[in-house]
Design a protein around this ligand. Structure first.
Ligand SMILES: *Cc1c(COP(=O)(O)O)cnc(C)c1O
Length: 498
């Protein structure tokens, strides 16, 4: 299996090259040249497998330059040995009738990013061993919360890597901040910046492309790479759990092999839902992929009208991991749906960079709408949805999941399409305790001790607190540096001893 770029389809690289490099030189994203096909028989054969074997079965088709031993090492390292609090890794829970929740947050940081970021460090070190001549890989991350912690936890103490994370000083939840500042590991560093997420992201991008810094790194036998979802190594692990969920639905007697399901995804950067699209293209019987957004509904508008326009108000919501106006992975979808039209994609992306918007043809929109539906919801509905699902089904969901659940309910009402459905749940409710507690109790909770909030939510709901969050309470803060965004490159030099 070879990979090409969304902006230049003459490019051919191996999986290892795509993963080690992160992004193609002309700015395009790596995509598979063709997709493997999974027959109903092949899918059925995966029903009796544990998650680790389902993962090997799917990943084997994409990482064809990995040996079986390498793949075993990667997958077992990521999902084995009690790293996840559920033996099923990504369990499916039935709520009511055809409504099922796929819980993707049983990993060490209690958010769905672990599904990919536990595996990525293994994929990356094996890939670098094949392509980068033993260079040390330096992962630079700008985060609005979940990615930073999940990447730290994935890369900590991984040989031949170093990871530096920058977060906006006032832009993450108290729990997210504690998770990062108490991070252990010999090869990690965390720094807050005076600025917002976009400032951190822009500074990281400019450090990445700074020729002087690159030269200095090379002299020390180091290279930069990226742990965010532009990297193919972040996307490919996510395809696995769609197959796994489908197998679980068969196993639970919710569907027969070959029967179609719908999938609903709380969406930000369009990585998670894109993995669902790849699964569908590979033969997994998914009928419709429903893209759920919060008030930052740039994707809802795009999927309904064909115009992508990021020139709009930005809202800070209770589902911060979806507060995003530029969904990078949409580029991959457009490439595939347009029949691999790389010059069209280059045009659209340069329009997005210069004008902040672009419009696709009606023909292209029709094709997208055959596969995708979309909706968004507001803060009040998120809160009501959390309460209603707790009161009626004793199911406690976090704010991001609640967005998806509400959009799904609306979708069924409007379309009448109530076939068996899997709704992705992307975070533990305890990562957003204040908002969830407020929703469940109906009281306006204020207070600054995050752990009191966690205990109170536990008292009110009786839902178990994830162990990794409990153990944070006794951890020492290791990283308290704050720097101005102009000083970030100097900080990188200092942290890397350049
Ligand atoms: C990252 C994240 C999302 C958005 O996922 P994308 O792949 O960026 O669309 C949704 N919910 C949570 C909790 C997240 O951390």
């Amino acid at each position: 299996m070879l990979y090409t770029s969304t902006r230049d389809k003459s490019i051919r690289v191996t999986a290892s090259e795509a993963i080690a490099q992160g992004i193609s030189e002309e700015g395009g994203l790596f995509v598979p040249v063709d997709l493997p096909e999974f027959s109903v028989e092949k899918i059925t054969s995966m029903v009796s497998m544990p998650y680790i074997d389902r993962a090997k079965t799917v990943l084997k088709e994409f990482l064809t330059d990995f040996t079986d031993e390498e793949l075993d090492y990667c997958v077992e390292g990521a999902y084995g040995a009690d790293k996840f609090s559920s033996p099923k890794i990504a369990p499916v829970v039935n709520i009511d009738g055809n409504k099922n929740i796929l819980e993707l947050w049983h990993g060490p940081t209690c958010a769905f990013k672990d599904m990919a970021l536990q595996l990525l460090p293994y994929l990356m070190t094996v890939s670098a061993g094949k392509t980068a001549n033993g260079k040390k890989i330096v992962i630079l991350v700008a985060t609005s919360g979940d990615t930073g912690k999940a990447a730290l936890e994935g890369f900590k103490n991984v040989d031949n890597t170093k990871i530096l994370v920058f977060y906006p000083v006032d832009g993450v939840s108290p729990m997210q901040k504690l998770q990062m500042t108490t991070q252990d590991g010999e090869n990690v560093a965390v720094c807050a910046i005076n600025g917002n997420f976009d400032d951190a992201q822009s500074a990281v991008k400019s450090i990445f492309t700074n020729a002087e810094i690159k030269k200095q790194l090379e002299q020390k036998n180091m290279m930069f790479s990226s742990a965010n979802s532009i990297n193919w190594g972040r996307l490919v692990p996510q395809i696995v759990y769609y197959f796994s969920a489908y197998c679980d639905m068969i196993d639970m007697g919710k569907i027969k092999a070959g029967e179609q399901i719908n999938v609903v995804v709380p969406t930000g950067n369009f990585g998670n839902i894109l993995a669902g699209y790849y699964a569908k293209r590979m033969g997994l019987p998914i009928k419709t992929l429903v893209c759920a957004s919060n008030s930052n509904n740039v994707l809802t508008d795009f999927l309904k009208t064909g115009t992508y326009n990021k020139n709009r108000d930005f809202y800070t919501t209770t589902s911060p991991s979806m507060d995003i106006l530029i969904s990078s992975n949409l580029e991959r979808l457009l490439y595939h749906i347009s029949g691999e039209n790389d010059s069209l994609i280059s045009d659209l992306m340069s329009k997005l960079a210069s004008d902040g918007k672009y419009t696709i043809s009606q023909e292209l929109l029709d094709k997208i709408q055959k596969i995708f539906d979309a909706g968004y919801t507001n803060e009040e509905n998120v809160s009501l949805t959390i309460k209603e699902h707790f009161d009626n089904y004793k199911y406690l969901c976090d704010t991001h999941t609640a967005v998806a659940v509400k959009v799904y309910d609306e979708y069924v009402k409007l379309s009448g399409d109530d076939i068996p459905t899997v709704i992705d749940s992307t975070a533990s409710p305890y990562k957003f305790s204040a908002s969830v507690l407020k929703a469940v109790s109906g009281e306006n909770i204020t207070g600054d001790d995050e752990f009191e909030m966690v205990d109170e939510l536990n008292r009110v709901t009786g839902v178990d607190i994830p162990k990794p969050l409990v153990s944070l309470k006794n951890k020492q803060v290791r990283f308290s540096d704050v720097c101005d965004k102009e000083d970030m490159s100097r900080m990188v030099f200092k942290l890397l001893d350049l």
